[in-house]
Design a protein around this ligand. Structure first.
Ligand SMILES: [Zn+2]
Length: 203
């Protein structure tokens, strides 16, 4: 995605990744899938024509140009075009999807904590959540996976610049750096697509 396209289904969209012997090895989001495709690390397996067709990044782009995706189809829109999102990828050079460190940012901390305030335990929309330094920065607390938690606005202002116990708050669990999520857990969490079924028997 050289021209920085907008993903219309970024949150929910999932792509099944197969290794070179067509065994499922991972499920990735749309952005990661397009990264693998455009870095020539994977090809698209297109199951839509009664058999499995293998397409390179260029061929996949061409197909979306010739036959633009319908409004109900998952796609990524850029200045030049509307690119259809693949459902299955075949790795070309690796047996596994290369591991990517989860970046430390607001969204990923919320994801780790499943949008649940780590003090009161309630789930909130992103707009009503804050990042909280468990040990405040001016007391030497670091900006790290181990010292950042999801907090609702009210717990956050109650805690202010204190340690949790000083504000009568308690962490629900000790914050940790997220682990690389095993494939089967991802599958369980995300459910499966019709087009994935022929491959999932092989896990
Ligand atoms: Zn709270």
């Amino acid at each position: 995605m050289k021209d920085g396209g907008q993903l219309s289904h970024e949150e929910a969209y999932r792509v099944l990744v197969l290794n070179r012997v067509w065994q499922p090895v991972n499920i990735v989001g749309a952005k990661r899938a397009l990264g693998l495709l455009f870095q020539r690390n994977a090809q698209v397996i297109d199951p839509n024509h009664g058999h499995y067709e293998l397409l390179s990044a260029e061929e996949w782009v061409e197909r979306s140009l010739d036959d633009p995706p319908q409004p109900d189809e998952a796609s990524v829109r850029s200045i030049r075009m509307n690119l259809r999102l693949p459902q299955i990828l075949l790795l070309q050079r690796f047996d596994r999807v290369p591991v990517q460190e989860t970046k430390l940012n607001r969204r990923n901390v919320f994801e780790r904590d499943q949008y649940r305030c780590q003090y009161c335990g309630e789930v909130f929309p992103e707009s009503r959540l804050n990042l909280d330094h468990v040990i405040p920065r001016d007391r030497g607390g670091r900006t790290s996976w181990e010292n950042l938690v999801t907090s609702c606005i009210s717990c956050n202002s109650r805690k202010a610049n204190r340690l949790p116990h000083q504000a009568g708050l308690r962490l629900r669990c000790q914050p940790v750096r997220p682990k690389h999520r095993p494939f089967l857990a991802l599958l369980h969490r995300n459910g499966s697509r019709e087009s994935w079924k022929p491959f999932l028997g092989k896990t």
